[in-house]
Ligand binder design. Structure first.
Ligand code: SR1
Ligand code: MG
Length: 395
């Protein structure tokens, strides 16, 4: 069957033919409730409810969903399915289960998280059950353990490079939107509000900042340390009470471990700028993320069986691990800063700023995000502990 964009009736017909999937829904196809709930920038998403169960169906479109004149290869769905398969054994219960991938329709069919809410929306509504960041810290540590050269025989990394290095269309988005566009004049950047124009101009002319961004471009493109989720922001996480799931792994690529950490923390830091009264709760979340991530990784690396560090023993390995974690911390700070800046002035901005009640408050929140972001990028090398990252954020 050739590719076509599915609407609800076409999806109903397709599911009815797939007995493995229709069996999960139960009842007659005509009775299934199919709702389009597309919310992200790129794809269409349908939730299908039957008498016995529900499915989430996500299809890649040949263009960016929110910008139809921006063409986009369909293969991102393939990479998302590969990502889910690659990390699922390590993160059982922390991502939806993948039931099927159709390579002609570029369609993923997965567990439906009916009761879950997107973390960004839950944060904005002040309804996120605390503790979610520890789960995300654990998620990142586990994916690193399962896919990183530091924990696995080199053949694992070689296979993953082969599987994911073709995800160039989405990596291009990251290279442009996160690592380049905010620092240059570019049509994709929305026109900044008047009060922010000087700040945007400064981003485009700041040589010290550009040099530090250059190091992060180098890290992102050449430090292929582990398989990244690649877009781990608060819109890629859903939660229902303490049940936390990571979704949307279509940006998966081998890259620096601090990238996933930095994107996640950057989105919490943006929320902090928009809602400074939540500083205590957000500090607790960020600390929990880093503690869980670093402790789980440290424990795993002590027992690691990769080819990296094969010559180290109980006396020498702890020092290698601490140096490794310091490098991740530096990258984390830098990518966190990049995320804060691009979500404030770039193509894909965030709804968190809508929490600001006046234009003046909104402007100050955005200026604060730009200032913290720049400091994290430029001063990354001098950061010795996660506490110093928190201090830079005023926490
Ligand atoms: C054109 S895609 C824009 C952004 O949406 C995705 O979620 C990624 O964050 C990407 O940078
Ligand atoms: Mg997404």
């Amino acid at each position: 069957m050739t590719y076509r964009i599915l609407d609800a009736p076409a999806l109903r017909d397709w599911l009815a033919q797939r007995h493995d999937l229709s069996g999960r829904l139960g009842g007659a196809a005509a009775d299934w409730d199919i709702r389009e709930v597309s919310d992200g920038n790129l794809n269409t998403v349908f939730l299908v409810n039957g008498s016995a169960g529900a499915l989430c169906c996500k299809q890649a479109l040949p263009h960016v969903r929110v910008a139809p004149d921006w063409p986009m290869p369909l293969e991102r769905a393939l990479y998302e399915s590969r990502y889910m398969q690659a990390v699922a054994p390590a993160v059982t219960g922390l991502m939806p289960e993948l039931f099927a991938y159709d390579p002609d329709l570029y369609l993923l069919v997965m567990e439906c998280l009916t009761e879950h809410e997107v973390l960004r929306s839950a944060l904005i509504a002040d309804q996120a059950t605390p503790g979610f960041s520890g789960v995300i810290g654990s998620y990142v540590a586990r994916t690193v353990q399962a896919t990183g050269w530091v924990s696995q025989p080199f053949e694992t990394g070689a296979h993953l490079l082969e599987q994911f290095s073709g995800n160039t269309a989405l990596t291009r988005i990251t290279v442009d939107l996160i690592l380049t566009d905010p620092y240059r004049v570019c049509d994709r950047n929305p026109e900044p509000e008047e009060g922010l124009r000087t700040d945007v101009k400064a981003l485009q002319t700041d040589q010290i900042l550009h040099q530090a961004v250059g190091r992060l471009q180098d890290r992102f493109l050449t430090a292929r340390q582990a398989l990244l989720h690649g877009d781990l922001h608060t819109g890629s996480i859903m939660l229902d009470g303490t049940d936390v799931r990571v979704i949307d792994g279509e940006f998966a690529t081998m890259g620096p471990i601090g990238f996933d950490c930095g994107l996640y923390l950057g989105n919490l830091a943006l929320h902090l700028c928009a809602a400074p009264h939540k500083s205590s709760a957000l500090r607790t979340e960020m600390l929990a993320f880093w503690q869980k991530f670093s402790e789980e990784l440290r424990t795993g690396l002590r027992a690691g069986c990769g080819d990296m560090w094969a010559l180290s023993g109980p006396d020498t390995r702890p020092a290698l691990i601490e140096t490794f974690l310091s490098e991740i911390l530096r990258d984390t700070a830098g990518f966190c800063g990049l995320e804060m800046i691009r979500r404030t002035v770039g193509f894909a901005q965030v709804a968190d700023y809508d929490l600001c009640t006046t234009e003046q408050e909104r402007l100050l929140a955005r200026q604060k995000a730009l200032q913290i972001g720049r400091t994290l990028i430029v001063e990354g090398a001098s950061l010795r502990s996660f506490d110093s990252v928190l201090s830079l954020m005023g926490l």
